[in-house]
Design a protein around this ligand. Structure first.
Ligand SMILES: NC(=O)c1ccc[n+]([C@@H]2O[C@H](COP(=O)([O-])OP(=O)(O)OC[C@H]3O[C@@H](n4cnc5c(N)ncnc54)[C@H](O)[C@@H]3O)[C@@H](O)[C@H]2O)c1
Length: 303
């Protein structure tokens, strides 16, 4: 298939592009390199460095005629989204809408959209399923959720097929540890430098961590399954920040003494996503437990 992967120089979508190439697809990556790295783009991929909402992207649709758009390009930093909500909405909402218009105009069959657990806001019950109310707490949560409405409307109005994947906390090789990167990449970076990882609060807060290779397999499955569905992609497993540090201590063989700081205001204490719908709709299931995913991350990073 001809597949356009947006954000393919970034953490998650570079792994997805790699898999699509491996599976024999004709892959084009679109990325403005604002956060991505050219070295992450796999070989045998056509690459366009451009803004989502730029005229070059329309030319790309005209000439390459993608059958599938796998959309991962986004402004991903929650703090930035609060400081610069207009820029955040410009990329995440208007950028996605620009792509959807090209999908409509140039006959794209399916749109796979990387959404986020951030759309749910404070959990009312756990594990959070897809029927859980959507009440995002941050501008990022709003800007990741709003395109879901456009996607569903474009599907109803113009017949564009879609799968919306709401990811839990993704980790793995190539994740950027700077800024507001994922806690695992931040911890790994600190441990490597011999610095103390920082725990905000008592470390009992839990998250549902999913290894990037399981996100890749969900996207590969979504090429042909999960039609017109919104699906959580997660391990359905809670791991506390303290448990995470214990696992990292065992896997790295290092003694880790964390630094404690006050809990961050508004931080969600526990978050776990129910993944049953994805298991059934995508005929998929996560293959990596957190210890297995961490081990694989450490092996890949040292390799
Ligand atoms: N990492 C996670 O835990 C997580 C969780 C839930 C959802 N997601 C979603 O998954 C997707 C990928 O996240 P990631 O962690 O790989 O982030 P990332 O920052 O590594 O990748 C995003 C890519 O998009 C590119 N980009 C940003 N703005 C652009 C624009 N205007 N035009 C073109 N390219 C642009 C960046 O350069 C970057 O390479 C995002 O949509 C994110 O919201 C990530």
């Amino acid at each position: 298939m001809r597949i356009l992967v947006t954000g393919g120089a970034g953490f998650i979508a570079s792994h997805i592009a790699e898999r699509f190439v491996h599976d024999g697809h004709q892959v084009t990556v679109l990325d403005n390199l604002s956060h991505g790295k050219i070295r992450h783009i796999p070989p045998r991929v056509h690459f366009l460095q451009a803004e989502l909402a730029s005229p070059e992207v329309e030319d790309l649709f005209k000439t390459l005629k993608p059958e599938i758009v796998c959309h991962h390009a986004a402004q991903i930093d929650v703090v930035t989204s609060m400081k610069q909500p207009l820029a955040d909405a410009g990329t995440n909402i208007l950028g996605t809408l620009a792509l959807l218009l090209h999908c409509r105009n140039y006959g794209v069959q399916k749109f796979i959209y990387a959404s986020s657990a951030a759309v749910y806001g404070t959990p009312m019950y756990l594990p959070i399923d897809e029927k859980h109310p959507v009440k995002p707490l941050s501008c990022y949560g709003i800007s990741k959720h709003t395109p879901e409405h456009y996607i569903e409307a474009f599907s109803n109005l113009y017949g564009l097929d879609y799968t919306i994947l709401r990811y839990a906390n993704v980790y793995g090789p190539r994740q950027d540890p700077t800024g507001e990167g994922g806690v695992i990449s931040i911890f790994l970076n600190k441990i490597e430098r011999g610095e103390a990882p920082v725990i905000y609060g008592d470390g009992q807060q839990t998250r549902d961590f999913i290894y990037v290779k399981d996100i890749v397999s969900a996207n590969a499955a979504a090429l042909t399954r999960g039609s017109r569905q919104i699906l959580n992609v997660s391990c359905n497993q809670a791991t506390s920040v303290l448990e995470l540090l214990q696992l990292l201590a065992v896997l790295t063989g290092k003694t880790i003494v964390p630094a404690y700081k006050p809990a961050l205001p508004g931080d969600i204490l526990h978050s776990v996503l129910n993944n049953r719908a994805a298991i059934s709709a995508l005929n998929w299931s996560p293959e990596y437990s957190v210890p297995e995913g961490l081990k694989d991350t450490l092996t890949s990073q040292s390799g």
